[in-house]
Design a protein around this ligand. Structure first.
Ligand code: IPM
Ligand code: MG
Length: 356
């Protein structure tokens, strides 16, 4: 039996709770499809700082590098908020992304019909939305040098070189070829030099994909268009910071940030994580929505393991659980026939996979 190694990083806050539920779905899907999964758990973020003094211990990076994929929950919390930047939990995640060269962050945004009323936007605006944010993840202002902080001044650098833009651009066009053949590249080329280069390079990449329609949009306009008329988008291609902001905004189209999965592909495997954070306010209460992580596990099967059958089984079970009216508190107001806490939602999805 083919067996894959999965590095599991629960992290902090609700991270540990939701990853546990995603594993139930992975196991159920693997059993159905006839492959095996071997999990190894690693520390990162605040939990790692408490245990080892470092946000990304060496064993974690080593384990993540040698695994077939990384399943990750979330990191961060008020407890570590006042630490200097290089010791913050977030620095662990950034170092993991960089260490795996996980440069291509894919964040699909789909609206589940069952949850259409959960959206902050009108149902006629969001019905049928199906877009993909392709976010560059290991460059831009998150990593640019120089950066620093004095007592009365702080600074960062937003920089991209041609090769970095080219490779993420190709991911976006390849994705568009399998979708609706539209790429909207988002930048701030009316103000930023780095965005002017971005635009030139993306325009060049587009020449190799004549079937794909390329448009450019400024980030401020894109933020507005995303709530005004989200159906106009197919693939949104953008840099690290703009992609971070737009993907949180886009999560509101579908009703809850607890629903959006992501994959961060690198040289091998990749990191699969929900787009949301560690939600310290609800951590430990057992009420977090595990669906974003369960859907990330589906992406893990599809992109890292090429186990497409398992991916579809997990996605279908999530749809079915929603259709049956199971709702965690974040989406409870909309069509809830059965209230579910974190564990109950994880159990029902795994059960539906097993029965499917
Ligand atoms: C995300 C998160 C991270 C980011 C944080 C936790 C560093 O917001 O994955 O979107 O900014 O990339
Ligand atoms: Mg974010």
């Amino acid at each position: 039996m083919k067996t894959y190694d999965i590095a599991v990083i629960g992290g902090d806050g609700i991270g540990v709770e939701i990853v546990r539920e995603a594993i139930k779905s992975l196991d159920a899907a693997a059993k159905k499809e006839g492959f095996g999964l071997l999990y190894k758990e690693y520390l990162m973020g605040g939990a790692a700082i408490d245990a080892t003094g470092e946000p990304l211990p060496k064993e974690t990076l080593k384990g993540a590098k040698s695994a077939d994929a990384v399943l990750f929950g979330a990191i961060g919390g008020t407890k570590w908020d006042n630490l200097p930047r290089n010791l913050r939990p977030e620095t662990g995640l950034l170092a993991l992304r960089k260490g795996l060269d996980a440069f291509a962050n894919l964040r699909p945004v789909k609206v589940f019909d069952e949850l259409i009323d959960a959206s902050a936007l009108k149902s006629e605006v969001v019905r049928g939305v199906d877009l993909l944010v392709v976010r560059e993840l290991v460059g831009g202002i998150y990593f640019g040098e120089p950066r620093g902080r004095d007592k009365d001044r702080g600074w960062n650098t937003m920089a991209y070189n041609e090769a970095e833009i080219d490779r993420i651009g190709r991911v976006a066009f390849e994705a568009a070829m399998k979708r609706n053949k539209k790429v909207c590249s988002v930048d701030k080329a009316n103000v930023l030099d780095v965005s002017q280069l971005w635009r030139d390079v993306v325009t060049n990449v587009a020449k190799e994909y004549p079937q794909v329609e390329l448009t450019h949009m400024y980030i401020d306009n894109a933020a507005m268009q995303l709530v005004n008329n989200p159906r106009q988008f197919d693939v949104i291609l953008t840099g690290n910071l703009f992609g971070d902001i737009l993907s949180d905004e886009a999560s509101m189209i579908g009703g809850s940030i607890g629903l959006l999965p992501s994959s961060s592909r690198g040289a091998k495997g990749g990191i699969f994580e929900p787009i949301h954070g560690s939600a310290p306010d609800i951590a430990g209460k057992g009420i977090a929505n595990p669906l974003a992580t369960i859907l990330s596990a589906a992406m893990l099967c599809e992109f890292a393991l090429q186990e497409i059958g398992a991916a579809r089984r997990i996605e279908n079970a999530v749809k079915k659980a929603l259709a049956l009216g199971y709702r965690t508190p974040d989406i409870a107001k909309f069509g809830a026939l059965r209230q579910a806490n974190t564990t109950e939602m994880g159990d029902i999805v795994a059960k539906l996979i097993a029965e499917g």
